[in-house]
Design a protein around this ligand. Structure first.
Ligand code: SF4
Length: 605
């Protein structure tokens, strides 16, 4: 095919993703578009250029601060907001780091980033591209708007399309309505819509695809379902990371790092109920790949890019299919390891299989340690489920990350007290992060705020610092502010925030390598070693039936099962034993179910 019959696309991911990870969004689009003979997609990661220009430490610090990165670009897109943006920039860095680095000069950094963006654009030879596609996730709106402006200034006839999770529904429409540099916004999954858009721009199709918003003045096609039906993700090719590796090599050839490769097992969430969650607004329905397809992808990616660390981008892994996947990986003799998000109700046996197949780090949706609060959040879990999964991760040596959502609207004093008590029980397990509630567009709380004591949904105070007021009044933003119940919640959650801090400090200052709450079994007795927040460790010895009951409750166990297993014991005796164990925080009880908390430490493995 002659070169001029090609339709060339630049697929771009702007800051602030983690720089040592390629963008799966644009890499997946590239491999999908590559199937079309006349489309020529190239992936670009200007975040790599910016990390190189400002230094990887500064990049990392800004990327972790969320709003700080947007603030830098706000001052470039809206120079009149520079003062507010500067304030937000320093506030955000202080929020994340007790002592933000001194080497942050807001104006100088913004200038460096602006220069870097311009240099990047010149270097890619932009004249050869007909379409510039930007993938937008969290924190990428202002960086993408800035680059889209630069593209349009240099090449007024070039077409710009936005897509991604930050462009769904009204979010996407308000971008198309308000920013002249954005010609199209894809609503929902990108693959099929982007191909159809190329066909339209090539004049090979008379119509725009349905799932797209058009710049103000143009006519958006009738919207139907935000996700084109029938996209079978089992038929998608593996993401193509070649461009990322090439760019990484060019920019960091002298300080090589081994990137972690994102992979996608599923789209959407099979639970899809949590009242605070808006992670699934982009997806219509839940779909996952088959285990053999996933295994093949991972093995090939590992071989092609010589990397062994993978990050599942799924909102939550498909439980049964993931079990097949990890079982197969356990069999194959390569030392891959994975990060994944999983639900708290993943059982011990299944997690053990995941671990043996390479799952080394998990993010678990813990969110709360009060069962009635978990119900308000529609998590489908209870406190004992959460505590059990924390223990299972410790047992199987899986590094667990998780959040406790604080200031959730409508939390009662009773739920706070329950949380405070239960925090004592989880002290031995890896601490959770304090994640302040945010009101996300499209979440159930956003749709029914009054059910959660929210009186009014308003513009988020941080967006007021980033965007001109006139513009904000016509925009739908990913995050909103709200009125009602805020001050009360901030006050109520203070002691919980303090306790999370103490919990973190406890783990930070520990020096021993053994688990803070473990037992060793002597056959007829067992010895539990328990570290407390302060004071010397305690030792507890359980003998005979006490030992047997403690071991019998390794997993969540109904008290009636204990009574059945130990018919020689009276209910009163069992109840007394459990009460003593719970008073010492060696067991946890929720209604009629109990769980032993100490993790077994074997001297031989
Ligand atoms: S928080 Fe996680 S489990 Fe809950 S609906 Fe969202 S993606 Fe699914």
């Amino acid at each position: 095919m002659a070169a001029d019959t090609f339709f060339a696309l630049a697929l771009i991911s702007m800051p602030w993703p983690i720089f040592n990870r390629p963008s799966i969004q644009i890499a997946s689009l590239k491999s999908y578009l590559d199937k079309e003979d006349d489309l020529q997609p190239d992936c670009f990661h200007p975040y790599l250029d910016i990390a190189r220009r400002i230094g990887t430490d500064r990049y990392r610090e800004i990327a972790h601060s969320g709003w700080a990165g947007e603030a830098l670009f706000s001052s470039l897109v809206f120079p009149e907001k520079a003062n507010d943006a500067r304030t937000l920039f320093y506030e955000s860095l202080r929020g994340n780091y007790r002592q933000p680095s001194r080497h942050f000069d807001f104006e100088a950094l913004a200038d460096e980033i602006s220069d870097c963006c311009l240099d990047w654009l010149v270097a890619i030879n932009p004249e050869k591209y007909q379409l510039f596609g930007f993938s937008l996730c969290f924190s990428q709106l202002l960086p993408s708007l800035y680059m889209a402006d630069l593209v349009k200034k240099r090449l007024p006839s070039a077409q710009v399309v936005f897509g991604g999770s930050s462009c769904c529904g009204k979010l996407g429409k308000s971008i198309a309505d308000n920013f002249a540099s954005v010609d199209f916004v894809v609503d929902g999954e990108g693959e099929e819509t982007l191909v159809a858009l190329c066909r339209y721009l090539q004049e090979k199709s008379p119509r725009l695809p349905a799932h797209i918003f058009v710049r103000a003045g143009g006519k958006s096609p009738q919207q139907t379902n935000p996700c084109p039906e029938g996209l079978d993700i089992n038929r998608l090719p593996a993401p193509d990371y070649r461009d990322y590796f090439k760019q990484m090599q060019q920019l960091f050839g002298d300080q090589p790092f081994i990137p972690s490769l994102p992979v996608e097992f599923s789209r959407g969430c099979w639970w899809n109920n949590c009242s605070f969650c808006n992670l699934n607004i982009q997806w219509q329905g839940y779909r996952h790949k088959s285990a053999p397809k996933m295994v093949k992808e991972v093995v090939e990616l590992a071989k092609n890019f010589q990397s062994l660390h993978f990050t599942f981008t799924d909102n939550t892994l498909p439980p049964a299919e993931a079990e097949l996947f990890f079982t197969e990986l356990r069999r194959i003799d390569i030392d891959v390891d994975f990060f994944a998000e999983i639900r708290a109700i993943t059982g011990s046996e299944r997690l053990e299989i995941y671990r043996e197949g390479g799952l080394s780090t998990v993010q678990i949706g813990i969110e709360a340690l009060s069962t009635s609060l978990l119900k308000k959040m529609a998590k489908g879990t209870t406190t004992i489920d959460n505590i059990a999964v924390m223990k299972i991760c410790s047992q199987h040596n899986i590094h667990m990350e998780g959040n406790l959502i604080t200031e959730f609207p409508s939390t009662s004093k009773k739920e706070i007290n329950e949380t405070l008590i239960n925090l004592d029980f989880v002290l031995p397990f890896l601490p959770l992060d304090n994640a302040g509630f945010f009101l996300g567009y499209g979440s159930p709380v956003y749709h029914k705020p009054r059910d959660f004591n929210i009186a009014a949904v308003v513009v988020h105070s941080k967006n007021k610092k980033l965007f001109p007021a006139g513009l904000l009044s016509s925009m739908t933003m990913l995050l909103s502010g709200y009125r009602g119940d805020r001050g009360r919640q901030q006050e109520l959650w203070k002691p919980v925030r303090q306790k999370i801090k103490d919990w973190k400090e406890f783990h930070h200052r520990r020096t021993g390598t053994s688990h803070p709450l473990h037992y060793r079994d002597g056959g007829s007795f067992l010895i539990i070693r328990q570290e407390k927040l302060s004071g010397p460790p305690l030792q507890h010895r359980l003998q005979g039936l006490s030992r047997k009951i403690y071991i019998a409750c390794e997993k969540i166990t109904p008290i009636e099962d204990i009574l059945r297993s130990f018919p020689q014991l009276k209910a009163k005796t069992v109840e007394k034993f459990i009460a003593e164990m719970c008073a010492k925080q060696l067991m946890f009880r929720e209604r009629g179910r109990v769980l032993s908390l100490a993790v077994r430490k074997k001297s031989k493995s």
